[in-house]
Design a binder for this molecule. Sequence first.
Ligand code: FES
Length: 115
Amino acid sequence: MTELSTYVRACALSDLPDEGVIGVDVSGTPVAIVRAEGEVFALLDVCSHEEVALSEGEVYDHTIECWLHGSCFDLRTGDPTGLPATRPVPTFPVKIEGDDVLVSLGTGMSGREDQ
Ligand code: FES
């Protein structure tokens, strides 16, 4: 019942391009930090189809598009909006404090033992 809500600094808000993405390492986990329509989102920087970085892709309409085969993932849920990916990408809660973008890895990813 313990809520893991430890927020870790991921990047500076000013590092994020408008309607864009950067890939960062948060405590050893690759995370894509996305700014879209005035909001900031964080999701695992690994496509659920094959192991490529989503942060290399394009951001539009609250989605990020995988550059390799073109699946788009909803930034709010991590759900793919089109094939070939069928599984969601984990998303992480984000907090903004001043110019700091903080991400909590405590939810969304709890290891890979269930795969
Ligand atoms: S690797 Fe991302 S859609 Fe195929």
